[in-house]
Design a protein around this ligand. Structure first.
Ligand SMILES: Nc1nc2c(ncn2[C@@H]2O[C@H](COP(=O)(O)OP(=O)(O)OP(=O)(O)O)[C@@H](O)[C@H]2O)c(=O)[nH]1
Ligand SMILES: [Mg+2]
Length: 211
């Protein structure tokens, strides 16, 4: 798909906020690291939140992705509201070798998205990670596809370890976000600056549903 990172000057056409969510240990931080730096290593559980920035070109547009990674463990999670605020894309990750991480996406994570997501058009992607451990797989590809359909998500199976489908996952999500006009408006620098000026200079427009 022709992606490249590290364009000079750090200039970009569109900027998107993308979130990673899912149970502890499913590989959210590894996925992020694998995408950002092509390196794969064992990581300690995430405490609080972290984010990384990646510049890439998708569909002829230069994109700046700010990818947020939060702790799957409840006791390490903070600031859930601001984590979700303004996200254009949400990646829901499970581990194909641990069924409870799959069922929790429905029971816990999808509900949290409903509750906190501020963009109703926000694009979601379901990701089954650790497909390199095929012999230990307990969640089939078909089950994954069915849940994605139910939740209205894109779907991909990948491995943060072998990097199989890792770039495709983020690129596909970005492409989909670019197809949603309301998300594009928020992602564009120009539009955001105009909006900012407007709200600074006058009372907020009437009839808006989002703050
Ligand atoms: N075999 C295999 N192991 C993986 C893969 N992705 C992650 N792991 C392993 O799973 C462990 C947990 O990965 P993390 O990325 O820390 O998981 P996390 O979802 O960020 O967990 P929290 O930060 O606690 O929410 C790591 O030690 C990795 O070694 C993968 O694709 N294949
Ligand atoms: Mg983590």
């Amino acid at each position: 798909m022709g992606s490249s990172s590290g364009q000079s000057g750090g200039s970009y056409d569109l900027s998107f906020k993308i979130l990673l969510i899912g149970d502890s240990g499913v590989g959210k931080s590894c996925l992020l690291l694998s995408f950002i730096s092509s390196s794969v290593e064992d990581l300690a559980p995430t405490i609080g939140v972290d984010f990384k920035i990646k510049l890439l070109t998708v569909g002829g547009k230069r994109l700046k992705l700010t990818i947020w990674d939060t702790a799957g463990q409840e006791r390490f999670r903070t600031l859930t509201n601001s984590y979700y605020r303004g996200a254009q894309g949400i990646i829901l990750v499970y581990d194909v070798t641990r069924r409870e991480t799959f069922t929790n996406l429905c029971d816990v994570w999808a509900k949290e998205v409903e509750l906190y997501s501020t963009n109703k058009d926000c694009v979601k992607m379901l990701v089954g990670n650790k497909v390199d451990r095929e012999s230990e797989r307990v969640v089939s590809r078909e089950e994954g596809m069915a849940l994605a359909k139910e939740l209205g998500c894109l779907f991909v199976e990948c491995s943060a370890k072998t990097r199989e489908n890792v770039e495709q996952c983020f690129e596909e999500l970005a492409l989909k976000i670019m197809e949603v006009p309301s998300l594009l408006e928020e992602g564009s620098n120009l539009k955001r600056n105009i909006l900012k000026q407007k709200t600074e200079n006058q009372a907020p427009p009437r009839g808006g549903c989002c703050s």
